[in-house]
Each structure stands twice: as C-alpha cells, then as structure tokens.
Design a protein around this ligand. Sequence first.
Ligand code: MN
Length: 231
Amino acid sequence: MTGFVIPPPAVPALAVAGSDQVFPLRRVFCVGRNYAAHAREMGSDPNREPPFFFTKPADAVVPASGVLPYPPATRELHHEVELVVALKGGGKDIAADAAMDLVWGYGVGLDLTRRDLQAVAKKDGRPWDMAKGFDASAPCSPLVPAERVGHPREARIWLEVNGQARQKGNLDEMIWPVADVIAALSRLVALAPGDLIFTGTPAGVDALQPGDKVRGGVDGVTTFELEIGGA
Ligand code: MN
C-alpha cells in the first residue's frame, strides 16, 4: 500500500475547555428517552423501556457556538439539550461499576432533530438516520475533563431560547444513569476511546426558528450559546 487514493478526510474533533488541544471523535451514540417526563411527552411509557440507542456521524458534531445553519428538508427542527459523555476507554460487556473509569470528560450539546422527518419514519417503520444524523446535527460545547468537574450525578440541565426557558431537568432524573448507559451500550457494540454519548433530553423539546438565540447548560459542567441561521 502506497497511500490514499484521495486525501484522507480530517479527523472530527471537539475543543477542550481551557486548552489548545482537541478531543478526537470516533463514534457518536445517542440514548433515546432517558428522562421520564420527555418519554411521556413523546407518547411512551417510561417504565417499560430499556435504553435504546441511535447514532450520528462523528462529522455531525460541530461547535455549539456562533451561527448554526438551519438544516434543509425540515420545517420542524427540534432542540434536545443533553449531557454529552466523552470516552477515553472502551470495550465490550463493561460492568456498570467499572464504566465511569472510561469517561474522559463531559460537554453539553444539542441532539438536533428534524421532528417532521422522524414522525414519518416512526409511522412508516423506517430508519431515523435522516431525522437525527444530518449535517451539523450534534452541536456540542467544548469538553471539560472529569478530573476538573468530577462525574456529575445531580445537576440542573436547562435550555432557553431567546431568553425564555424551554427545557428544564436534573441529571438525577435520568432513567439510566451514565454508568448504566455505558454498560448497556457496550453489550451491543464495542466502545472505544473517542466515542461520544449523548445521554438523552429532559422534557420541553420544541421547534427552533431561524434567528433564535439558544443557550443551554448543565450547572457545574459548562454552558453554550449559539444562534440559528437563516433557512
Ligand atoms: Mn435526544
């Protein structure tokens, strides 16, 4: 082998807070319905559902700052603010009590969703990829190392749009805490350093409009602020 036939794509990466180094990204996993109140607002029974997962491409991760383009092919772009976990280790069949040793740090991001496309996909039994994994669908704050912020278990998670509260919750309302999410996911796929996990959203998801100013955060971890660009 003498080289790539085209220039290799760049390694997707996220900024690290307070550092000029970046965190390289491998895969992006997302947990569906991990807060009971959000599961109810989406029409399902939070008590009956084991965690389920979907993915986004690593290059859908973009900085949660500046102006984010309003994506094509939707009239219903929903915000889902989520705690984001960045892994420094991995493996298969990880025990929940060993899972936190694999966590490098945390961020706060948006699992942006073309809710209209997702509704059609659900109705017709089709994949969610184009509803969830579109370009720039995973804006995320710079990551903060766990050695600086610890492993937050109880902290306010919030999102406001144009200064109005939209989403409010607490990490302690997660049906499946981070350790359980890592353990469950590792029974389905081998995890590895560079993986991100979006850990689910609290209640209050709603549509964003071009020009909206969006702020979100997890108290004690970090915050972000961005604007939605024109359609
Ligand atoms: Mn989500």
